[in-house]
Design a protein around this ligand. Structure first.
Ligand SMILES: [Zn+2]
Length: 303
């Protein structure tokens, strides 16, 4: 299985356009600290790829990833793209707006999503009607039962329900169940290797725990370092947990759970207030002591 990390920031990116917090100011002063919205590219088979979540940065993310550039192979066709589709973990704007940027797709785009996420993006966000005149979007349902990414792929994907957290624009929509925000279990039937990708983890459920134990690589929600971070930074009256993101540290934190897992564990989806955005921060040493990592943009993982 071949993965390319396209971005590792939470909504807004790092820096965020309207923010001058120490994290955003630091990223402007030190361009190497910049992070694009969290996303992952996954090779489904020779010359064709899927992205996990389509972020507002998707065009720039593709440009920064040679494997995703158009006209692959010797029979150059200038509009032939290796990008076959998108798998969604939820309906949040920073994970779905990039679908609109794929409107030029000549051969259409596959979008795999759970039923409520697909309904929100297609009907409430309006991308179904908006994209129809431009390209063909093939909506395919993602459930807890593993299915092939496409007919030619050895990769199977399954949703691991995490929480009923839904985007504000879909707050009134049902159902009230954990298919709104899921982790993805990505299994290579050729190598037997499994990756678990969970950029938004509102609760450590039994189902998530089981999937995490079975995975060789686990990407986890690293939005906030501790539960008070959003309130301390002054941009929210809610705690991290209240915003639907388990913090890294503290009593309800994910670090101590991840440290006990057999697989390689990396944090992604860092908010611009997270001290881990500064490579010199002491928190990196703490993570290293626990055997945990921070994912970086343009990281390549082959397993
Ligand atoms: Zn900021």
């Amino acid at each position: 299985m071949l993965l390319q990390v396209l971005g590792t920031a939470a909504g807004g990116g790092l820096p965020q356009w309207n923010c001058a917090c120490p994290g955003c100011a630091g990223a402007r002063a030190h361009p190497e600290r910049r992070r694009r919205h969290a996303s992952l590219a996954l090779r489904a088979g020779p010359g064709h790829w899927y992205v996990v979540n389509a972020t507002p940065d998707i065009g720039e993310q593709i440009e920064a990833c040679p494997d995703l550039l158009p006209a692959p192979g010797p029979a150059a066709d200038p509009r032939l793209s290796p990008l076959a589709g998108v798998v969604l973990t939820d309906a949040e704007l920073d994970h779905t707006l990039g679908i609109a940027r794929l409107r030029e797709a000549r051969d259409g785009v596959d979008v795999l999503a759970t039923a409520p996420v697909a309904a929100a993006v297609r009907d409430r966000l309006g991308l179904g009607a908006v994209l129809g005149p431009y390209t063909k979007v093939h909506w395919r349902e993602l459930t807890g039962t593993a299915r092939q990414l496409n007919d030619q792929s050895a990769i199977k994907v399954a949703a691991v329900p995490v929480s009923a957290k839904r985007p504000r624009y879909a707050a009134d929509l049902g159902p009230d169940d954990a298919t709104w925000s899921v982790a993805l279990s990505l299994h290579d039937t050729g190598t037997g290797r499994t990756v678990l990708y969970a950029p938004a983890l509102a609760a450590w459920t039994d189902a998530f725990d089981k999937a995490a134990r079975e995975a060789d690589v686990v990407f986890v929600d690293g939005t906030f370092w501790d539960d008070e971070e959003p309130r301390r930074a002054g941009f929210s009256a809610k705690s991290a947990t209240g915003m639907g993101h388990l913090p890294i540290t503290g009593p309800g934190g994910t670090a101590h759970r991840l440290a006990r897992l057999p697989g390689r564990c990396l944090y992604t989806h860092l908010n611009n207030t997270n001290p881990l955005g500064d490579p010199g921060a002491g928190q990196h040493g703490q993570l290293a002591d626990w055997g945990l990592e921070v994912a970086q943009d343009r990281m390549v993982i082959e397993l």
